[in-house]
Structures are given as structure tokens and as C-alpha cells.
Design a protein around this ligand. Sequence first.
Ligand SMILES: NC(=O)C1=CN([C@@H]2O[C@H](COP(=O)(O)OP(=O)(O)OC[C@H]3O[C@@H](n4cnc5c(N)ncnc54)[C@H](OP(=O)(O)O)[C@@H]3O)[C@@H](O)[C@H]2O)C=CC1
Ligand SMILES: CC(=O)[C@@H](O)[C@H](O)COP(=O)(O)O
Ligand SMILES: [Mn+2]
Length: 382
Amino acid sequence: MKKRISLLGATGSIGIQTLDIIKDHPEEFQLVAFSVGKNMEETRKILKQFPVEAISVLHEEDARLLHKEFPKVQVSFGDEGLVQIAAHTNADILVNAVLGSVGLNPTLEAIKKGITIAIANKETLVTAGHLVMQAAKVHNVPILPVDSEHSALFQALNGEKKSDVSKLVITASGGSFRDRTREQLKHVTVKEALNHPNWSMGSKITIDSATMMNKGLEVIEAHVLFDISYDDIEVLLHRESIIHSMIEFQDTSVIAQLGTPDMRVPIQYALSYPNRLHRPHAKRLNLVEIGKLHFEEMNYTRYHALKLAIDAGKIGGTMTTVLNAANEAAVALFLQEKISFLEIDEFIERAMFKHVKISSPDLETILHVDAETRKTVQNMLK
Ligand SMILES: NC(=O)C1=CN([C@@H]2O[C@H](COP(=O)(O)OP(=O)(O)OC[C@H]3O[C@@H](n4cnc5c(N)ncnc54)[C@H](OP(=O)(O)O)[C@@H]3O)[C@@H](O)[C@H]2O)C=CC1
Ligand SMILES: CC(=O)[C@@H](O)[C@H](O)COP(=O)(O)O
Ligand SMILES: [Mn+2]
């Protein structure tokens, strides 16, 4: 039986690579529904290749046009559209590759329908991981990581007892400015920041890698997914992104997952889990060719955003919602060239400082805090 897939964020970096995998394995997977944002050119291309039942777009006007062009496809739009695609009744698995905390509600609705979640959308786990994991437990739904580090940790943990884990080690490339001091970051441009050394990704996550907020979000994501204390999660600078992450066990054994940097591998593993499938045309790991792997201790002063994220995680409650929303808003301002690179950290820190944490927040509280934080960050511009 083919696995029926619904996909949020089909026009993005992870979305397009997910479509490649579905094309590579037509006997295993079938795309039944997908969502996009504003990219109508790419949407039309996808619709011509995949005979889906339903799609969703960001704007109503685009939905109207597409409905005329593709009358057999059910077309919805906006936040409600995302929920309809995520909880598509005919889907076995949702690949959540949308950008930002807008992915939270659709994920919760899909879980309620018993749909397995393959999650790339880390902002959802950072803003309200406790709600996602609680709902998954209640509805007995697997949450399968797509993020490369978390896929590595998931694979290293396979068959192991949690009580045997001594620590998680998450690797970080260092991002586009890893060879610059903090002082040298004052006047960096958007173009320079978007030049990631190892991965080709969407712009928001590429900026997050440059500030090291990506690793901060990933520490919180790991804490949520694997229920490991923040004190037992270490971040290690590893320039090559060959070791995707590792687990140290109490007997001092370390299990790592390695591979050339290619997101199709963790995406495919989440789709094929618990099986593995052939990856056509993929570059195999050749350690002789690579020769050396490099590691450095993390510098939390240089990478201030990572410290902010770990602080937010340890404070807990709505503080991670504030961290995430402030980061989303500040990165958008940087990409629009309205603030400088170093102001990203500064805006996040100010938003966190202003916020009084609410413990065990429900969905309504999370959505309220998220919206208020975005307003707070906009006001900092004035
Ligand atoms: N790229 C990567 O290698 C990795 C990404 N991730 C995570 O995966 C997620 C996606 O990242 P990535 O693919 O790089 O991002 P992209 O920016 O490339 O793609 C984002 C996707 O989400 C859609 N989208 C954006 N905003 C909205 C909105 N408000 N409503 C509906 N759709 C929206 C975009 O639509 P459109 O373009 O049509 O406007 C696009 O399809 C992020 O959470 C990221 O952190 C995790 C690990 C690796
Ligand atoms: C591919 C992936 O999973 C990204 O999240 C990646 O980890 C970014 O690289 P760094 O954040 O390590 O620079
Ligand atoms: Mn990652």
C-alpha cells in the first residue's frame, strides 16, 4: 500500500525536496494534498506533475484563479486552508515543511485525525512543543523528525533505552559568519548572511544559522522531541556538517549518524520509517576524500542567540514562544534591510526581557503571546 502524503510548504526548500522523493519512489508514496504560500509559478508546475485532491494557498485571490484553472482540485486559502491540507482525511502522513509558528494549529489538527507527523517546521515545536507532544501521546501519533540533527539523534536512539543516554551532542556548522568575530558582524549584508557554507536552504533558516539561533531552536526541539534535560544537551561546532549529531551513552559509547549534507536523506527516512529506501543519484560519504573533520567548543558570547535560546528553554512556559516569535519578526526585518544583523539578537533579548512567563500555556495563550511579541518587535523599530 502506498503511503498517502499531505505536504505543507510544497514550494519551499524542504517541500521541493520532499516532492523529489515522492517522484523517486512512485511505488511507495503518493501526494494527495499540499499547501503553498505565494509562489504561484511553482504551484502550477507542481499541480501539472501531481494529480492531487486538494491544495491551499495563502491569498484568496490566488485560490480563485487556481480553482478556475484546475477545476478538479479542491482549493482553499489562508490559515483555515493550512488546517484543511494538514488534516486531509485521506492522508497517512503529514510532512510539515511550512515556515514559522503558523504551522502549529495545522499540526495539532492533523494529530487529532491520527495522521503521522514528519516535522521539519521546528518553529512549531519551539513555540508550543508541549502541546504537540501531549496531543501526539493522547492520539497515539508518531512525531518523526526531519531536521537533519534530530533525524540523526532519532536514528542513534533506535532500540536504545532513554535511561542509558548520558548526553545528546548536536553539531553546528557555524553558519555564514563562522570565521568572523562579533565585532566584524556590525555591517554585514543580507547577501553575505545568506551564503551558508554547507547547506542550500530557505532564507529564514539560513539567517538563523548565521546568528546560531538555528542551533538554539534545535536545542529546544531536541528537548521537546526526546524529553532530555537542557543540561544534557551539548552543542559542538563541526565545520563540515558530516556528523549530523550524536548520542553519548552511560557506558561512554557514542553513536553518531554521518552522511554528506543532503536533506533528502532525513526527509526520506521520515517518510519510509521504519524502513530504509535506496536514494538514487545521492553522493555517498567518502571519508578518505574528506580527510579531516574539525570540531571546536561552542562560544556562547560570540553566538549570543544560542545563549538566549537555551535561557528561554530553561525558563520554559511562554518564553520559548516569545523567543521564536521575536526571532521570526526580527529575521524578517533584517531580510527587508530594516535592521542590522546584530539587532536581530538585540530585539529578541529585549522582547524576552519584557515578557513575564506564563507556565503550561494552552493554545489560545500561545497564539496571543506570539501575536503580541510580533507587535512588540515592530514597535522597537519606531
Ligand atoms: N531548508 C532546510 O534544509 C531545512 C529546513 N528546516 C525547517 O523547515 C521549515 C521550512 O524551511 P525551508 O523549506 O527552508 O523554508 P522556505 O522558505 O524555503 O519555504 C517555506 C514554505 O512555506 C510557505 N510559507 C511561508 N509562509 C507561509 C504562510 N504564512 N502561510 C502558508 N505558507 C507559507 C512558503 O510558500 P511560498 O514560497 O509559496 O510563499 C514555502 O512553501 C522551517 O521551519 C525550517 O526551519 C529544517 C531543517 C532543514
Ligand atoms: C540542514 C539542517 O538541518 C539545518 O538545520 C542545518 O543544521 C543548518 O546548519 P547549521 O545551523 O548547523 O549551520
Ligand atoms: Mn538542522
